[in-house]
Design a protein around this ligand. Structure first.
Ligand code: GLU
Length: 416
């Protein structure tokens, strides 16, 4: 029988396992097993041809014990309410693992942004914010970029919310362009945070990053920047792919040049000096570090036996299924879970929000060194728990998060 790939149920199972290992009060799981609030909206958008198309949008706020909800908004053709709920649950843990004063939020709009004009995208972004305005705000829920959304989309959204309120509200959205309250370093933060954690893990395993063979699945914001940072650290990026195709060169590629090629041609495919590989072949390459930086459910029961990496550093959300996780653990492959390895983005989002609230902006050096500190501390804490309880890094990261959340909920009187 093939395994259950419903991401909402996967997230519930991960939380349940960690609650059981920590033997917390039953109320902890009863509260955390679903979001505290969800909103489903229909957004009418005037299309360029004069017709009106109605899009479905979602926002899920998982847990608010530690602070306002926080997390991205994606524009994707396959997003569902269940997916938004699961992703908001993962955000709660992401924030808790790095010790941010936030709960998890996530949402998005079901659409294919590649088929929308800039004008249609802007009207959709504004329409979505009008629809969810009652439940968001700098002290309630702070959205950010996610799959197929970017700083421009965040600028439109912040602008729309500010117009609704009647004054500039930079702190309602993070991942904005610098000129309207964005933070230096936010764009690179998910990838940079992931690379810091990979560096720490490699040191633990005695793998030298210089010359390490790296494979990156996905060449969007997280993947393309992670490839460049690993390259800058001296690693050899031997394969990358995007939603269309993949490329491989045993001696490594220059990811800066690959990005230029992708920007020109629309895909990494056909990059000079490489052979074309499928997604399955890419995941099966022998390497030191595999960085899944695309979508959920990529390493599954079906293909996990082929994975030959020493470290899997999850820059994407939910790329490994629970069955695959067990196999990787038994094969001694070190998985750096999404809620730890991809928490750099929300960490610098937090820095951006703090800068917005204070109207006082930091240097790149300040942002990056604070990010490094947070990632290294979180890695060490999760690694310590994994040793203490003899569990994999994912369970350890959930345990770190649960402990934090349970303490907050207890002292607030939510646990009876
Ligand atoms: N969408 C990103 C994530 O999944 C960033 C969220 C944020 O910055 O709030 O972590």
């Amino acid at each position: 029988m093939s395994e259950n790939l419903n991401v909402f149920e996967i997230a519930q199972q991960q939380i349940k396992d960690a609650c059981e290992k920590l033997k917390v009060k039953p109320a902890v799981y009863e509260i955390l097993k679903q979001p505290m609030r969800v909103m489903e909206v229909a957004i009418p958008v005037k299309m360029d041809d004069g017709s009106v198309k109605v899009f479905s949008g979602y926002r899920s706020q998982h847990n608010l014990a530690l602070g306002p909800a926080k997390g991205g908004l994606r524009f994707h053709p396959t997003i569902t309410l269940d997916e938004a709920k699961a992703l908001s649950m993962w955000m709660t843990f992401k924030s808790a693992v790095v010790g941010l004063p936030y709960g998890g939020g996530k949402g998005g709009v079901k659409c294919n942004p590649k088929e929308l004009s800039e004008g249609e995208k802007e009207r959709l972004s504004r329409g979505f914010i009008q629809a969810i305005a009652p439940i968001i705000g700098p002290e309630k829920d702070i959205p950010a970029p996610d799959v197929y959304t970017n700083a421009q989309v965040m600028a439109w959204m912040m602008d729309e919310y500010s117009k609704l309120r009647g004054y500039n509200t930079f702190g309602v959205i993070t991942g904005k362009p610098l000129i309207v309250g964005g933070s230096i370093g936010r764009n690179e933060a998910t990838a940079r945070g992931c690379c810091f954690v990979i560096r720490e893990a490699a040191a633990q395993l005695g793998i030298n990053i210089k010359g390490a063979r790296v494979v990156v699945q996905g060449f969007g914001n997280a993947g393309s920047i992670a490839a460049r940072i690993m390259h800058d650290m001296g690693a050899k990026v031997v394969a990358v792919n995007d939603s269309r195709t993949g490329i491989y060169n045993h001696n490594g590629v220059d990811p800066y040049e690959v990005l230029e090629h992708k920007n020109k041609t629309g895909s990494v495919g056909g990059f000079p000096g490489t052979t074309e590989i499928s997604n399955d072949e890419l995941l099966a390459l022998e390497c030191d570090v595999l960085i899944p930086a695309a979508m959920e459910n990529q390493i599954t029961e079906e293909n996990v036996d082929n994975v030959r990496a020493k470290i899997v550093g999850e820059a994407a959300n939910g790329p490994t299924t629970p069955e695959a996780d067990k196999v990787l653990y038994s094969k001694n492959i070190l998985v750096l879970p999404d809620i730890l390895a991809s928490s750099g983005g929300v960490t610098v989002s937090y820095f951006e929000w703090v800068q917005n609230l204070q109207n006082f902006y930091w240097t790149e050096e300040e942002v990056n060194s604070r990010l490094e500190q947070k990632m290294v501390d979180a890695f060490n804490n999760v690694h310590r728990i994994s040793k203490e309880y003899s569990v994999d890094m994912r369970s350890a990261a959930y345990m770190a998060g649960i402990k934090h959340l349970a303490d907050a909920m207890e002292i607030r009187g939510w646990l009876g």
